[in-house]
Design a protein around this ligand. Structure first.
Ligand SMILES: [Zn+2]
Length: 236
């Protein structure tokens, strides 16, 4: 068994007090995530970063009023992959966040990044949302379009290191962490989401629904002090 840790989007814009899309209590995750980062049981430690151009499709102000309120309104988004343009998805609108090169896109200084082996920047294609660090919202993985959306082919990077198990943490539990964990399972890996190391945009009912989706996709929802994490370093 070889395990990887994926620290999802622990960036200034997702953290209180000043983040434009702050997830409640996101900054308080740092000690738990740092403990995981220092766990010698991980072969590979990865950090993903939302990295959007200013004209990104998910930004509410990039759409005409009146139906362009962040969090409240949704748009129809088309698959940018060649030949698949008729495929559409409902896309929630967000405040402007994690614009490439801005302070908001930086990983918060509380995260101990010295052990990070690989950074994945995602959401770089203005035309499409990309919650998962593996694929865009339409599941484009190896297509040309995905290469314009993400700077690392994550599935390939994990395979290269012989990774069998992936543990996902960070924000938001009900968006980017959830979809990254689901895509890890789809990639044929044992996939775990560490529940006490995530925080959600819609905690409560939203998170309960997300957990149902995760379980259906074969993702195990575990805790940082549970046997799955403990087993990595031989401490169960
Ligand atoms: Zn984003």
């Amino acid at each position: 068994m070889k395990a990887a840790l994926i620290v999802v989007d622990m960036q200034e814009d997702f953290c209180p007090p000043n983040g434009s899309l702050a997830v409640n209590e996101a900054r308080t995750l740092a000690p738990t995530i740092n403990t995981l980062l220092s766990n010698p049981g991980f072969t590979l430690r990865i950090a993903s970063q939302d990295s959007h151009p200013p004209n990104h499709i998910s930004f509410a102000p990039n759409h005409p009023p009146p139906n362009n309120l962040p969090f409240e309104h949704f748009i129809e988004m088309s698959n940018p992959a060649a030949g698949k343009e008729t495929e559409t998805k409902r896309q929630r609108l967000w405040p402007i966040h994690c614009v490439e090169g801005t302070k908001g896109a930086e990983i918060i200084p509380e995260i101990d990044t010295k052990n990070i082996d690989l950074y994945v920047r995602k959401g770089m294609d203005a035309r499409v949302e990309m919650y998962s660090a593996f694929a865009d919202a339409f599941g484009n993985l190896d297509a040309e379009v995905n290469r314009s959306s993400v700077d690392v082919h994550l599935k390939g990077a994990l395979e290269e290191k012989g990774i069998t198990d992936v543990f996902c943490v960070g924000v938001a539990g009900d968006y980017c962490v959830k979809y990254t964990a689901i895509d890890a399972a789809r990639a044929g890996l044992r996939s775990y989401l560490v529940e006490d190391a995530v925080r959600c945009v819609d905690p409560g009912v939203g998170w309960e629904e997300a957990k149902r989706e995760l379980r259906e996709a074969g993702v195990l929802v575990v805790r940082s002090d549970g046997p799955e994490v403990g087993g990595l370093s031989g401490v169960v």
